[in-house]
Ligand binder design. Structure first.
Ligand code: ADP
Ligand code: MG
Length: 233
């Protein structure tokens, strides 16, 4: 088997506040293989965002290891962790965080230009990604002129602009109505497939989860395989 894009071993996370301490991850393990789309389900507060945060190298694990493409990132310097993150990981959140003053095309092209891609090539790829998401005639609209579903599609295109190997999506359709959620999720799935990017998608929408390649549920800080049948049990 090829090397996992993301490998999580024994991940631990405890939050300490004035109200006391709360352990949300107590030894979570997960491998995401190249090109596969993995769901992460669990009720609100079960630790999905905490897990994605650690997986995205936005935070050093308190316990356990995160490896990206075979590199254990736990002991790397902050500088190295940032380099790995920028080179290999794309993020999509519940809220799109697009720059409102810029067009959809600008929003997708900018991360490529910041990474050193020449403007013309960056814009061409931005238009390609937007077209693949059905937004060909929205490329010159600014985010406030787009619907919620369209904004989220732009955010997905932006996350994939720099050809990451791993897409981390935290409730990417959590702010959309059910019909739009399904459409945007289908877009995300199809684009991740066509770009050959592996994805880890947190959602509390079981219907969407049922369409992913594999799904895991966070239970008491551990990950367990999940099936639509197990959700009904
Ligand atoms: P989910 O994404 O599944 O809703 P989270 O990872 O956001 O779960 O949160 C898991 C638990 O940890 C929740 O009870 C949440 O309140 C708590 N939590 C998350 N972030 C913090 C923080 N920075 N400080 C204290 N508690 C936190
Ligand atoms: Mg969350």
């Amino acid at each position: 088997m090829s090397e996992p894009v993301l490998s999580i071993r024994g991940l631990e996370r405890t939050y300490v506040t004035q109200a006391g301490s709360l352990t949300v991850l107590r030894g979570a393990d997960l491998d995401v293989q190249p090109g596969e789309i993995v769901g992460l389900v669990g009720p609100s507060g079960s630790g999905k965002s905490s897990l994605l945060h650690a997986a995205g190298l936005l935070e050093r694990p308190q316990g356990g290891r995160i490896s990206i493409l075979g590199t254990d990132c736990t002991a790397l310097s902050e500088r190295e962790r940032t380099r790995v993150r920028l080179a290999t990981i794309g993020f999509v959140y519940q809220f799109h965080h697009l720059l409102p003053e810029f067009t959809a095309e600008d929003n997708v092209a900018l991360p490529m230009m910041i990474a050193g891609v020449e403007q013309k090539a960056a814009r061409a790829r931005a238009r390609e990604l937007l077209a693949e998401l059905g937004l060909k005639d929205r490329a010159h609209h600014q985010p406030p002129q787009l619907s919620g579903g369209e904004q989220q599609r732009v955010a997905i295109a932006r996350a994939l602009a720099n050809r990451p190997r791993l897409l981390l999506a935290d409730e990417p359709t959590g702010n959309l109505d059910p019909a739009t959620s399904t459409a945007v999720f289908d877009n995300l799935y199809a684009l991740a497939r066509s770009q050959g990017v592996a994805a880890l998608v947190a959602t509390h929408n079981f219907q969407l989860a049922a369409h992913m390649d594999r799904v895991f549920a966070l239970k008491d800080g551990h990950l367990e395989p999940w099936t639509p049948e197990s959700a009904l049990a």
